[in-house]
Design a binder for this molecule. Structure first.
Ligand SMILES: Nc1ncnc2c1ncn2[C@@H]1O[C@H](COP(=O)(O)OP(=O)(O)OP(=O)(O)O)[C@@H](O)[C@H]1O
Ligand SMILES: [Mg+2]
Length: 252
């Protein structure tokens, strides 16, 4: 019988985490990567040791948002590969460290192999792992959720990012149906680039899901990309709902 030797390592790596938060959305460009970066900075700021994994294999962006120079960093090897520490309390891993940011022409089983490699080699030492993903129910998301199932579906609570548009929220409802069918309980929904999340309330009740916050359009965001301190300052006021929910889970 063929066994993928990486699954043993992945199981043990993921079991060491208290909570994994895949950042997912059915739509592209709603701010998954931006929110992943903001949330991990805000969690670290609240004293929670946080890992951040860029699982957008063909289009990683978190190193750009956080201002990490992938060309000058040599990752340390200790029982696997230690993620890079951009600041105290935050660990970061991305395929970009290995591709130097070049686009990888891979699909299907190629993506699955890279996801497994990254999860098998990375030696996290964090309480919470935030995972940025590509849009939709991609190979990356599907493989991550499958692997998390083999560990324990309760360790993973996806945070769904929606925009303010009718179309964005219509597909968010479908995504909620899908992840529940796969036996994952969502952490909640976060509205990004939204002026108000009030319009989501009725749907939240119907779907029994919490609206954990509403991040407005941050006017100077383009200017602060690459500056983690400035991003944290802009993000801090909007992430208390998500962080309180995460704390209630990891401290339970
Ligand atoms: N709250 C915000 N305020 C201002 N600009 C934002 C905000 N959130 C995201 N953006 C901008 O919107 C664009 C899309 O954001 P981002 O790349 O994070 O989306 P995404 O969902 O990760 O996209 P993809 O689906 O391609 O992975 C970027 O230019 C980003 O800088
Ligand atoms: Mg993205």
């Amino acid at each position: 019988m063929h066994r993928d030797y990486r699954l043993f390592a992945i199981h043990s790596r993921l079991s060491s985490l208290k909570l994994v938060v895949p950042i997912i959305s059915p739509k592209g460009g709603v701010g998954k990567s931006t929110v992943s970066a903001m949330l991990s900075l805000a969690l670290t700021d609240r004293g929670i040791s946080t890992g951040l994994l860029d699982l957008d294999i063909t289009n990683p962006a978190l190193h750009i948002i956080l201002g990490i120079n992938i060309h000058s960093i040599k990752l340390e090897e200790v029982k696997g590969i230690k993620p890079f520490r951009p600041l105290e309390g935050l660990e970061f891993m991305s395929i970009a460290f290995f591709t130097r940011g070049a686009i990888l022409p891979v699909r299907g089983s190629g993506i699955v192999n890279i996801v497994r490699d990254l999860l098998a080699i990375t030696n996290w030492n964090s309480t919470v792992l935030v995972v940025d993903t590509p849009p939709g129910f991609s190979d990356e998301v599907f493989e991550l959720l499958l692997l998390l199932h083999t560990v324990n579906p309760h360790v993973a609570k996806p945070l769904i990012i929606t925009g303010q548009s009718v179309l964005s929220f219509a597909s968010t409802k479908q995504l909620l149906n899908l992840i529940r069918r796969e036996r994952f309980e969502p952490l909640g929904v976060l509205c990004n680039m939204c002026s108000s999340a009030k319009f989501l309330q009725e749907t939240a009740e119907a779907y029994n899901v919490e609206i954990l916050g509403c991040v407005p359009f941050i006017q100077n965001f383009e200017e602060i990309i690459g500056d983690a301190k400035a991003i944290l300052k802009s993000a801090r006021p909007y992430f208390n709902g998500v962080i309180d929910k995460i704390l209630s889970i990891v401290k339970a």
